[in-house]
Design a binder for this molecule. Structure first.
Ligand SMILES: CC(C)=CCC/C(C)=C/CC/C(C)=C/CC/C(C)=C/CC/C(C)=C/CC/C(C)=C/CC/C(C)=C/COP(=O)(O)OP(=O)(O)O
Ligand SMILES: O=P(O)(O)OC[C@@H](O)CO
Ligand SMILES: [Mg+2]
Length: 235
């Protein structure tokens, strides 16, 4: 099945290291979201990733793995998102892990399933910032420069502005998105209900909703534009 991420406006990100019951998973997968992404910064293992994938596969929603741990690369996802943290302090998170993984998996990789993400981490307090040693003191001009680098220098199809755990500066996100030609701007961080989903969807091409799933499922479901309870779909 060919999956076109250019149609994605809303994505739920599920963390294999966190518990979710069958009924909640069903409501998420049938919500009208465009895709479910599996990923997290810590505690992601092969076993908990296989387990979550097999449960999501009871539904038709596209399912992507965002790889954060080279030991948890599980076959059977529709797509594999590969973060390249452009503002990482440690180059291992820009090319190091990737080099080792491609050395191991290169011959068996289906490149059409691979979606490289130019990742820019802006919240210095999140786990991903700590793990990667990200330089998160960025103003909107810095974000625009990273977005342009990601698209024009490195030809990434996705630029991901990551505020994981906190709602970000929508002007910064808007400016980064406006600087792009064809690449897609994914925004994630602190979307905890319909109002923030609406604001983020005005700024970014694709919004990603994570933590609120585990804190308040009803509010998470309100963030889906296609859901009857969700925000109005934005152009
Ligand atoms: C057999 C088979 C399936 C073959 C497939 C081959 C294949 C797909 C190979 C992949 C090759 C490849 C290049 C892999 C990359 C390897 C790798 C480990 C790259 C590093 C990724 C990276 C930079 C991770 C850093 C952390 C990060 C940016 C994570 C993204 C997700 C994220 C931020 C989630 C939020 O985390 P959360 O836990 O929710 O955090 P909070 O506590 O803040 O909420
Ligand atoms: O968990 P939240 O804060 O919703 O962020 C979503 C996603 O960007 C995390 O990688
Ligand atoms: Mg999280």
């Amino acid at each position: 099945m060919h999956i076109d991420i250019n149609g994605w406006k809303h994505v739920f990100k599920l963390d294999p290291d966190r518990d979710i019951d069958d009924s909640a998973l069903e409501r998420l997968c049938l919500s009208g979201t465009d895709a479910v992404m599996v990923g997290g910064t810590t505690g992601v293992t092969f076993d908990n990733t296989v387990d979550l994938l097999s449960r999501i596969r009871r539904f038709e929603v596209p399912c992507a793995l965002e790889i954060s741990n080279p030991d948890a690369i599980v076959p059977g996802f529709d797509l594999y998102f590969i973060p390249v943290v452009l503002n990482a302090g440690d180059p291992d998170w820009i090319v190091g892990h990737h080099h080792r993984a491609v050395k191991e998996y290169g011959p068996m990789m289906q490149w059409e399933q691979i979606v490289p993400e130019g990742y820019v981490i802006v919240n210095g307090d999140c786990s991903a910032a700590r793990v990667t040693g990200a330089r998160t003191e960025l103003d909107p001009d810095d974000a625009v420069a990273y977005a342009r680098m990601a698209e024009r220098l490195f030809r990434f199809p996705v630029v991901y502005i990551e505020y994981s755990g906190t709602f970000g500066d929508m002007e910064l996100v808007k400016r980064a998105a406006a600087s792009l030609g064809g690449a897609r701007l994914f925004y994630g961080g602190g979307i905890d209900g319909a109002e923030r989903a609406r604001q983020a969807a005005e700024a970014a091409h694709t919004i990603v909703v994570g933590n609120v799933i585990y804190e308040n499922l009803d509010r998470a479901l309100e963030t889906v534009p296609a859901n009857p309870d969700g925000t109005e779909r934005l152009a």
